[in-house]
Design a protein around this ligand. Structure first.
Ligand code: SF4
Length: 407
């Protein structure tokens, strides 16, 4: 199956610093079209497209927009979640750095649909060059009256501000992200209430990921039917994957939902060496065994597993327990410390993994490791703690022989 570009369509084709270049590629046409529609009509169109969030949670985008639109309290806010902090994920950076106006246009359409007047792009601290690109694009859009007061003389006003994250992985979690935009310590809080009801400064807030927004102008211009005919039953449209690891051509690549893993790898010029395993969704994702069974025939869609779209390839020379050690070091560093199972439990998992790797562990340690993983998974407050033990549980299940050599 070949590449199919929607979110990445302009990347590499247009000049990111030129609004004219974006306009010459149908830029801001979708905004003009939506300003002739009612908010209800736009939301119906997004719902019909069956677009789901591309940041990992896969929540139906149209339903989210509808929930915010139905709220009575004002002001309402929009946040573009550009806090791309998962190791192995770099697709949002490609979209923002090469096609910044698409995100500004999509946010303005979303704002008009839900009744928001202020939006924020919450950007990963490690992307300072993108801050500059977006800053310039916002000024250009305001100068052309696609953003700011009385947009295209319709009476609708919307402004976008840039916020840089605190450089922590947890800032990508919706409730922690909101705290960070408010200038507070980025700690997750239990849901409900959901941000659509009680979000930024206690007001209804729409939070969409960069890639999700990058699909909006194309859905408006080509229609929801066009979009919903791409992909699988539960997963419509395309997905941008960040492919890295033991692969000949690491890159951000967009394919229709449902594309087989082996086809994706072929589009990236194939694997360096012989494939052993694939981690889909980064350290918080899922490990697939490609040595046995039909791992390579895995259909990449929400029906199987996607996460935020990171695909990390491991060849047969890789030690997968070393992989879990590196993931656990990451989670230990990134835990916000709010709840005990995550704050205390993940370093304990790391301790046992290091003990195994230095041939000092026994079978009892292995049993303890598995039990602790299950406990941390169910007792942690947010996604970080719930997913951190995943790589251990997956390696224990799919590659038990990798552990056996240490006992
Ligand atoms: Fe913080 Fe970890 Fe608890 Fe999430 S699970 S709230 S990151 S301590």
């Amino acid at each position: 199956m070949p590449e199919f570009k929607i979110a990445l369509k302009n990347c590499g084709k247009i000049k990111p610093f030129s609004i004219e270049s974006y306009i010459n590629h149908q830029g801001y046409l979708a905004l003009k079209k939506t300003l002739q529609m009612t908010p209800l009509e736009i939301i119906k169109e997004i719902k019909r497209s069956k677009l789901r969030g591309r940041g990992g949670a896969a929540f139906p985008t149209g339903l989210k927009w509808e929930a915010v639109a139905q709220e009575k309290y004002v002001p309402k806010y929009i946040i573009c979640n550009a806090d791309e902090g998962e190791p192995g994920t770099f697709k949002d950076r490609v979209i923002l750095s090469q096609d910044p106006h698409k995100i500004i246009e999509a946010m303005t359409i979303a704002a008009f649909s839900v009744g928001a007047q202020i939006g924020f792009i919450y950007l990963r601290l490690e992307y300072p060059e993108i801050f500059y690109i977006l800053e310039r694009a916002i000024i250009q859009a305001k100068n052309k009256n696609y953003l700011g007061k009385n947009i295209l003389n319709t009476g609708f006003s919307f402004d976008i501000q840039l916020k840089s994250g605190a450089g922590a992985y947890i800032c990508g979690e919706e409730t922690a992200l909101i705290k960070s935009v408010e200038g507070k310590r980025a700690e997750p809080v239990p849901k409900p209430p959901y941000p659509t009801t009680c979000g930024l400064f206690g007001r209804p807030t729409l939070i969409n990921n960069v890639e999700t927004l990058a699909n909006i102008p194309a859905i408006i211009l080509n229609g929801s039917t066009w979009f919903s005919e791409i992909g699988t039953k539960e997963s419509k449209g395309t997905k941008v994957f960040s492919v890295s690891g033991d692969i000949k051509k690491p890159q951000a690549i967009e394919v229709p939902m449902g594309t087989a893993l082996k086809e994706l790898l072929e589009l990236c010029a194939g694997v360096e060496g012989s494939i052993k395993a694939i981690q889909v969704g980064g350290p918080s994702g899922k490990l697939f065994n490609c040595l046995e069974g039909d791992g390579l025939n895995l259909s990449l869609s929400y029906e199987t597993y996607l996460g935020a779209g990171a695909v990390i390839v491991f060849n047969t020379k890789r030690n997968l327990i070393e992989m879990t050690r590196s993931f656990l070091e990451f989670f230990t560093e990134e835990s916000c410390g709010k709840c005990v199972p995550c704050r205390e439990g993940i370093p304990q998992l790391l301790h046992i993994i290091k003990k195994i790797l230095s041939f000092k562990a026994n079978r009892e340690d292995l049993n303890k490791l598995e039990k602790m993983c299950k406990l941390i998974k169910i007792t942690s407050l947010c996604g970080l703690g719930k997913t951190a033990p995943g790589s251990i549980l997956d390696t224990l299940k799919e590659f038990p022989e990798e552990y056996s050599i240490y006992f």
